[in-house]
Design a protein around this ligand. Sequence first.
Ligand code: GRF
Length: 210
Amino acid sequence: MTCRVVVLLSGRGSNFRAIAEAGLPIEIAAVISNRLQAAGLDYARERGIPAIALDHTEHPDREAYDALLADEVERHRPDLVVLAGYMRILSTAFIARFEDRLLNIHPSLLPMFPGLKTHERALEEGVKVHGCTVHFVTPQLDHGPIVIQAAVPVRADDTPDTLSARVLAQEHRIYPQAVRWFAEGRLVKKDGRVNLKDDPASQSVLSTGA
Ligand code: GRF
């Protein structure tokens, strides 16, 4: 049975695009954005994928908005919900409803640099390696079981823009991979860790990008 995926995003949607174009064994049942103008919605429409805007500014109460959002997501009967640049903190009720089928991508090597402005902070700290992480979502922000990470070297002349471009290229590699593993039923979560089925050493879970 094809894995039904619902994508949540807020902006340009390049990760959604990477997932949509990766030839995965999935059906993207809908793309939902909290921002009416999100470029990701336009791309969804171009591909004939149902694109739905649910304007959060019309619903000041986060719990109420998230309840509406959850109902809309559920309507598309997802096996997996993919956060792809969804720039709002989700309520615990939302997360509980989609537990174990909710993935996020974060532009840092978690648990370093949760939250915003990760590239600026990485440069400020002088780290030599930076990267991105796909993880299952739990109520603790940017802190769920890690599925896959990719590392990139930090260069002496990097700016937040050059570093983020290098990380983004890796995001486009690891998010489709994580979704593929999920769709194939290969992600096994145990004691807060994720292992890959039929790969006891989980070698392929670590991915290093150039
Ligand atoms: C990415 O850097 C992602 O890691 C973060 O938000 C950004 C979304 O970019 N969560 P895009 O909309 O997928 O292009």
